[in-house]
Write a protein that binds this ligand. Structure first.
Ligand SMILES: O=C(O)CCC(=O)C(=O)O
Ligand SMILES: [Fe+2]
Length: 365
């Protein structure tokens, strides 16, 4: 995307510096080939050769891309049991018309969640600036100061804004100071690693293309600033941190995102997980940066859209008061388009909350 943008701007500026246009085209070809769009990569390489017919790298790449396309055509035909595959020459290579300078990138959607109903609303919500709510629903949402009569908050109540009614999603404004944020980031930076997801089939951790970010865990014992954050979470949510997870710090670069998912687990996925602390009853997520463009947290099934604001926190319950999983909490992190996004998440668990969050027999409460 960024290489295409660079190319468009280069053309608009009528620049005559050919060498840098070739650089841009080279990177664009490489990036699109990596995305599996070989026809596009070939078209871009052809353009390089039209500017510089002797470009050695482009000549090599052209042969490479052409052979990839031929191979793929053959495989497809074999799969279709076509027995008349005789000669490679018969296969005409179809690629993007060179008359169209502004190449259309036809990115393929990752197959893993292609079928999921949430895909389209996810992308649509990411393009918006705010939650998708009717005026009637909006009218039920309020702002208030919260202190829970807790000594920690009584002299500095927190600004609470309800963003969504069903499920209830809340924003706590200005709860973590810039200096604490800088300390947390400084602790996290040397430990950040590409996020991993457990592969249930093999029980191993692997990088997943539906979660592009770097992250690490920070414990209360790591620094007073982390212990202070856990104390604040407990005071503001009225929930115990005894059974909660450590703080999960995540950094998304340009293009970083997390596609629609649920924070709670299912018993059948990993029964042992539930024994110590129960399921993830609630999610607390503090934004540790503003994001210039993109990076919102969205709730595709309920229309929620939360714009990251440094120092603010988004909070919601993943389970109903009966302990039933609330599927409406399906959420995602939109791709970061410009800038950088930092969050600090605390997943709060069920055990120990029995006298703190009133339960109900009604699965919908
Ligand atoms: O970064 C976000 O906005 C969401 C992150 C998230 O949902 C998660 O880490 O589970
Ligand atoms: Fe999540």
């Amino acid at each position: 995307m960024w290489m295409q943008e660079a190319l468009d701007r280069f053309d608009q500026a009528n620049s005559t510096a050919l060498i840098s246009k070739i650089n841009i085209l080279n990177n664009l070809a490489h990036a699109t080939a990596q995305q599996g769009n070989i026809e596009h990569a070939l078209a871009v390489t052809e353009e390089i050769l039209s500017i510089d017919p002797e470009n050695v790298e482009a000549k090599k790449n052209k042969i490479h891309y052409e052979s990839l396309i031929k191979k793929r055509t053959l495989v497809v035909e074999e799969q279709q049991n076509d027995s008349t595959v005789n000669s490679l020459k018969e296969h005409e290579i179809q690629y993007v018309s060179m008359n169209n300078k502004n190449f259309q990138v036809k990115n393929q959607r990752p197959g893993t969640y292609l079928e999921l109903k949430s895909r389209q609303p996810f992308e649509q919500l990411c393009r918006q600036q705010h939650a998708q709510l009717s005026p009637k629903r909006q009218a039920t949402l309020f702002c208030r100061y919260r202190h829970n009569k807790h000594p920690y908050l009584i002299f500095r109540p927190v600004k609470e804004e309800q963003v969504l009614d069903e499920p209830g999603i809340f924003l706590f404004h200005d709860v973590v100071s810039d200096s604490d944020i800088e300390k947390i980031k400084a602790l996290a930076v040397p430990r950040l690693q590409r996020a991993l997801i457990r592969n249930a089939a093999t029980n191993t951790m692997t990088p997943a293309d539906y979660r592009i970010s770097k992250s690490t865990w920070l414990r209360d014992e790591d620094s007073p600033v982390i212990a202070r954050l856990s104390q604040l979470i407990s005071a503001l949510t009225n929930l115990t941190m005894e059974t909660a997870e450590e703080i999960h710090v995540v950094n998304y670069g340009v293009g970083g995102y997390y596609s629609p998912h649920l924070d709670f687990y299912h018993k059948w996925e990993n029964p042992a997980y539930f024994r110590k602390a129960g399921n993830r009853i609630a999610t607390w997520m503090t934004y540790m940066s503003d994001v210039e463009r993109g990076g919102a947290t969205v709730f595709p099934l309920s229309g929620g859209h939360v714009v990251p604001k440094k120092g603010s926190t988004v909070f919601w319950y993943n389970l109903n008061a009966s302990g039933e999983a609330d599927y409406r909490t399906l959420h995602a992190a939109c791709p970061v388009l410009i800038g950088n996004k930092w969050v600090a998440t605390k997943w709060i668990h069920e055990y120990g909350q029995e006298f703190r969050r009133r339960c109900s027999l009604d699965p919908m409460v």
